[in-house]
Design a protein around this ligand. Structure first.
Ligand code: ZN
Length: 257
């Protein structure tokens, strides 16, 4: 994988159009499918409404968002209503997020958020556009990147370093079990995974996760049984190999390395 863009003959302007062309060209040339490992992913015809690329081998679909600066906690996304419909229909694509260096014309960071991490809780509804806007009343959405656990942000390139492909594929497969769950159940699992991560250690007790009862109650105001729900998620994550059971009430995050 080479990180440079191959556009020596194209006059480069700072317009987002040409940056888009450069990054798409790069993905076509160098990106592989993190789901099946196929060495190429292919573009959809222009203006495909759902995704930008797909793997012809495993049919996974990918959307690409790229920008010069690192992504902050929130990533602008499309219409809120469409986003929710896609989540409900389960046809939301995986998301590639890329940062590039315009002076060196190369990729700095590329990570992928597998689609099974897109749960309702990480999509934020934006304020409707003002009455003076061309699309007055239109409601967009944000992806709350900071609410996605690290296991849902798989780096292919980080700070200009290419990650080993087998490690990327392992990380991808590690959370595929989430796809066996419906939207609501997946939301709970992803949120508890994030709580575990926020503990900041690999070994912990069930009680440690109970400390997030308030946070989870705010996310799920209608649920009155948050502690049993937490316990249930931990057991499920253990059954699917995301956690190891150490001893009664003790868990350990399974290492990916
Ligand atoms: Zn594939």
């Amino acid at each position: 994988m080479k990180l440079g863009f191959e556009e020596a003959q194209t006059a480069y302007t700072s317009g987002s159009q040409s940056a888009r062309a450069l990054t798409e060209q790069w993905v076509r040339t160098w990106a592989y499918c993190p789901n099946c490992g196929a060495s190429k992913i292919n573009p959809f015809p222009n203006n495909s409404p759902v995704a930008d690329f797909h793997s012809t081998v495993c049919k996974e679909e990918y959307e690409l968002k790229s920008q010069k600066n690192q992504f902050s906690n929130k990533v602008l996304d499309g219409a809120f209503k469409t986003k929710c419909e896609r989540l409900a229909a389960d046809n939301n694509p995986n998301l590639f997020l890329m940062n590039y260096d315009l002076r060196r014309l190369s990729v700095t960071n590329l990570f992928v958020v597998p689609k099974h991490f897109f749960v309702r809780e990480i999509i934020e509804e934006r304020k409707p556009l003002a009455a003076t806007a061309r699309r007055a009343g239109w409601v967009g959405s944000n992806i709350l990147l900071h609410q996605i656990p690290q296991s849902g942000k798989i780096y292919i390139v980080r700070n200009g370093q290419v990650a080993p492909k087998d490690s990327v594929l392992t990380q991808w497969s590690r959370t595929l079990f989430l796809r066996d769950q419906g939207q609501d159940a997946r939301g709970w699992l992803v949120d508890v995974m994030k709580c575990i991560e926020d503990l900041g250690r690999t070994e912990f007790r069930t009680e440690d996760v109970y400390a997030f009862e308030d946070r989870l109650s705010r996310l799920y105001p209608s649920n009155r049984n948050v502690k049993p729900k937490i316990r249930q998620q931990l057991q499920y994550l253990r059954d699917r190999g995301y956690l190891d059971f150490v001893s009664r009430g003790y868990y350990r995050l399974r290492s990916t390395s």
